[in-house]
Design a protein. Sequence first.
Length: 403
Amino acid sequence: MKKLIYTLAFISIVHFAFNIDYCEAQWEQASNGISTAMNIYSLTAIGSDIFARSDSGIYLSTNNGTSWTKTALNNKIVYSLATLGTVIYAGTGANGVYSSANNGANWTQTSLNNQTIYSLTINGNNIFAGASGNGVYLSTNNGTNWIQYNLSSHTVLSLVASGTNIFAGTSLFGVYRSTNNGTNWTQTNLSNTSIKSFAILGTYYFAGSYSLSNPTGIYRSTDGGTWTSIGLNSLTVLSLAVSGNNIFAGTDNGIYLSTNNGANWIIKNQGFSSIPHIEALLVVNNYVFAGSNGASIWRRLLAESIGIKKISTEIPSEYSLSQNYPNPFNPTTNIRYEIPKSGNVKLVVLDALGREIESLVNEKQSPGTYEAAFNASQYPSGVYFYKISADRFSQVKKMMLIK
């Protein structure tokens, strides 16, 4: 009898250990073909193909970062990347903008050929380029011709577009906005810092400040003109990326995640041997990719990064939503659900009045059993609800937060 008890105990311990290993999802270096000490300053993708800008040119991965090969643009300093359809554009130092229509096998220098281009963004068929000391250039014909707009005395470190609104993050002078596709620019109230990164999530605009001596973190705006500091105040924010309702921030202290529009930030540095400066972020192919200063490229499964685990691949017979555990909880709890066929799944948390306060899952998922974590550290004690919607299935359950 004792032998049986010991055996069961041993099996339980081993099972627990394996679960711990599984739950502790980590970043892994994905640098085969690139020096593990390389600086990676920009990332972009065309379909499932990923491009990385390094100190020694542009690299391409066609297998989700498992291996990389150098493209033909390997003798220029490259500062920025952007894609329009199947064409990739590269902003270089002192040599303007290059383009490639065949995944980097060949590159052509555009007519913008004598500027240092720190930033690129695409808006419809328009290509915007941010130059060093020369403001913003626009091409409406795939780089054949370029028009120089205002901001001619500014160095433009970052650009982002939303409809007819274009935002330019400048060196030392903050954010400028154009509401007429770049013809005219107005300085916003965020006017006394360098802005190296932008992101748009729903109706929110985010801007990451860049300062080695006086970092001020991340700012948010709902109208594009008025900006408010929302956190990470002691950090330099080098890169931003959005997936669903989640926003990732690459900083001089690794990677942070917010699931509630920047109200709170969770550090996501598991797996880094030493915490790198994260210069670039890209969400593609169900992975988050991170380009670092001096530690090359890292990747991590998106679902695991935002607290979603697929705990079984066995196909369930029907949709189901389990009771959260623990319940009551403080401040974290887990929500398990099953889906029998592929499709978009949405799992949200509601307050006592039925208002959505957080989105835990909003993506296409394959059949299986999943578990999502909810961190309520920023919410008061009380009754909350969680709701799943998938195909024609919808269900709501109640949970209790006690602090």
